[in-house]
Ligand binder design. Sequence first.
Ligand code: GLU
Length: 284
Amino acid sequence: MTFITRFAPSPTGPLHLGHAYSALLAYDMAVAAGGTFLLRIEDIDQSRARRHWEKQIFDDLRWLGIVWPEPVFRQSDRIDSYRVGLNYLRALGVVYPCICTRRDIQMASSAPQEGGAPAFGPDGTIYPGTCKRHPPTNYDPRAVAFRLDMEKALALLSAPLSFEEAGGGTPETFILDPGYARDGIGDVVLARREMGTSYHLAVVLDDAAQEVTDVVRGKDLFDATYIHIVLQALLGLETPVYHHHRLIRDDSGKRLAKRDDARAIEKYRQEGLTPADIRQRVGL
Ligand code: GLU
C-alpha cells in the first residue's frame, strides 16, 4: 500500500524541537513504509510568512537528515485552487459571508443573554451566528470572511462521519457527534478576509491534491480533524489516516510555541549539537 505523508510548517518563525519531532516522526514512518515524505510550506498568511524563515526550514530539515521531492508545495501558489474549492462549497449552499470583526464576535458571545463567557472550539471562539441570522447585503467579497454553515453541512451529509486515528499504535475510529459539531465547533471560517482561504480549507485541499494517505501532526490538531472530515465529505475527498502525536514540552511542562526561540533548532546547531542529539532530546 502506498504511504504518503507530509510535514507542513508555516514559515512564521524558527523550527523548534516540537517541529523537529513531527518532521522526523513523519519522515521515519515514510522510510519504514517505503513511502514518500513531502514538505509543504503553509504560507497563506502573507502578513506573517517570511522567505528567510522558509529558507531556515529547508536548512534545518536537511541538517536533520530529511530529504523530500522538489518542487515543494507552497500554499501561496495555490490560491486559485482554494477559490475553486470555496466556490464549490458556496454552490452547495453551506457557506455564508460574515462581516464581523474579532471584537464584534467577542462582544456578541460574551453578551449576558448568550450565557456569559464565550465558548471555545478547535477554531477559537465559537461564532455566535450574527451574520447567519442577519446576512450582510452589499459587501465586497474580498473584504468579508466566509463561514461554513455547520448546521446545513450536517443536514446535507446524512451519513455519520469518522476518521481513523493511528497515533496511539492500534488504529481507532473516531465518529463525529453532530451535537459537538454544532455546539462545540460551530461555523468556522473557510476563507479569511482578503486571503481567499483559511487553514482548514487549504489543508484539506492540499492533502487531497498531494494524495496524502497519512497525516502525521501534533495532538493539538486532533479536534480540528473533525472540521477537516466535514470538509472532505462536502468536497468529495478521501479522508487520510491521522496520526496525532504527543507534544514536546519545555522543562516546566508547557507546550513549545513559535516564540520559544530558546529551543530553535538553529540555536542547538550553533551550540554544536548533532542531529542524533536532537533525536535523543525528542525521544526518537
Ligand atoms: N501549518 C500547520 C502548523 O504549522 C500544520 C498543520 C497540519 O499539519 O495540518 O501547525
